[in-house]
Design a binder for this molecule. Structure first.
Ligand code: FAD
Length: 415
């Protein structure tokens, strides 16, 4: 079967990997040069600990507080845009405990499945992507954050995701080289991390070697649909006849879905990262600095800091003040680390594909049965990518998916 994957981010690449393995003839289309993008410069965390969706109780109040601080980790640019208004309303409708209760088991199952896929990738040693299983530390300084994270840890333990509440000295014992300033932390021993650029570039090279056609700088602009099936893809370079389509176009998927007459609510959640090279006294375990919402990941001898979620549309403008917010948070948690503001060209940004209920879209369309959607993974796309790719292939082969996909149905906002 000739399968076109639209999007060469980590979701598209992992889908292509499993589809090729299953014997399909695979083409990957990407509008970019495939040298950068959301899947390249992210924090590289594989987080089965993250079982609570973004749409959860308390998020709206927190978001409103953050909106008024230009260095805060969250911002929505108010604008008169129907898609944004509907997305906001859908988010509001889902930010409740019933939604969390339904989502937690689904996210947990998908996360653990995906981590097992990474373990297999690493074992099969296709290429090195610096995969390490050292866990994740959630560090906090305030009583409020300690309380909130303690509740999350209790919930995780109830669902079988191991979480250990640590005192300040127990946190410090896990980080022997770097001084940590925290009231305490929660340690999730089951989490892992990797270097995203090594993974994406390694996958591109491996897929090419295996005969997957990867077409950078080719944007899919429209579809030829006949008898409820996509027959070919329209691109400025010409049409491509296909048997099946995987829509994995990240933050752009909502716009492309319109051409398929599908409502797929999506907002781009911009985040930034920068990487310090050759750090002498490096952090050993990836951490999230909770009050600042900054992710810290050691990658070899370098150290990456990432954060912020700006819902400001599909654009690439960099808000230096938000990056400054990340920089200023670092010495508050690591007092010996004085980091200066990176130059603009050293600041990486990516657009996270965010659905309004905080759950990815994974499934076959009932309206167009030769289209499978795999997108909307927001803050967890890297984590959930190999699992998603394997599920896409199971759906393509009309096999029973290993993971229940009921909560991830791509048509859940239709109607
Ligand atoms: C600062 C930051 C830190 C993060 N840290 C983590 C982390 O630690 N762990 C984690 O799991 N996740 C993390 N994420 C989230 C993760 O990076 C994303 O969820 C993931 O990269 C999304 O992958 P994707 O393949 O869906 O989208 P993308 O990587 O955006 O790929 C989609 C691709 O589709 C292409 N495309 C779009 N439209 C078209 C079209 N019409 N025709 C052809 N091609 C098209 C685009 O060019 C793009 O390359 C982080 C994100 C940010 C911003």
């Amino acid at each position: 079967m000739k399968v076109a994957v639209i999007g060469g981010g980590i979701i598209g690449l992992c889908s292509a990997y499993y589809l090729k393995k299953a014997g399909h003839d695979v083409l990957v289309f990407d509008q970019s040069s495939l040298e950068d993008g959301c899947s390249f410069g992210n924090a590289g965390m594989v987080v089965p600990s993250h079982i609570i969706p973004l749409a959860a109780p308390g998020m709206i109040a927190k978001g409103i507080r953050w909106m008024f601080n230009s260095k805060s980790p969250f911002y929505v640019r108010p604008r008169l845009n129907l898609d944004l208004l509907r997305w906001g309303l859908d988010f509001y409708r889902h930010a409740n405990s019933d939604h969390v209760a339904r989502s937690v088991p689904a996210l947990k199952e998908l996360s653990l499945f995906s981590k097992a896929c990474y373990q297999q990738f690493a074992r099969e040693a296709l290429f090195d992507f610096a995969y390490h299983e050292r866990g994740l530390l959630m560090l906090y300084q305030t009583e409020a954050a300690a309380h909130e994270e303690g509740e999350t840890a209790a919930l995780a333990n109830r669902y079988g995701v191991k979480a250990e509440v640590l005192s300040a000295s127990e946190v410090q014992a896990l980080e022997p080289v770097v001084r940590v300033n925290a009231r305490g932390g929660v340690f999730y021993p089951g989490d892992a991390h990797l270097t995203p650029q090594l993974l994406t570039r390694g996958l591109i090279e491996y897929l090419r070697h295996e005969g997957v056609q990867i077409l950078p700088s080719v944007a899919v602009t429209d579809f030829v649909i006949q008898h409820r099936h996509v027959r070919s893809l329209r691109t400025p370079q010409g049409d491509h006849a296909v048997d099946s389509v995987v829509l994995a176009a990240g933050s752009w998927s909502g716009e492309l879905a319109r051409q398929l007459h599908l409502r797929l609510p999506m907002q781009a959640g911009k985040g930034y990262s920068f990487t310090l090279p050759e750090v002498k006294k490096n952090v050993r375990i990836p951490s999230i600095l909770l009050e600042a919402r900054v992710a810290v990941t050691p990658m070899g001898s370098s150290l990456r800091f990432g954060g912020t979620m700006e819902i400001t549309g599909l654009n690439h403008a960099i808000q230096l003040n938000r990056v400054r917010g990340i920089v200023e948070a670092i010495p508050r948690y690591y007092p010996e680390m004085q980091v200066s503001m990176p130059k603009t060209e050293e600041i990486w940004h990516g657009l996270r594909p965010c659905s309004p209920d905080g759950l990815p879209y994974i499934g076959r369309l009932t309206s167009l049965p030769n289209v499978i959607v795999a997108t909307g993974h927001a803050m967890m796309g890297l984590s959930l990518a190999p699992g998603t790719g394997k599920l896409v292939t199971e759906l393509m082969n009309e096999e029973q998916p290993t993971v229940s996909l009921a909560e991830f149905a791509p048509e859940r906002f239709v109607g």
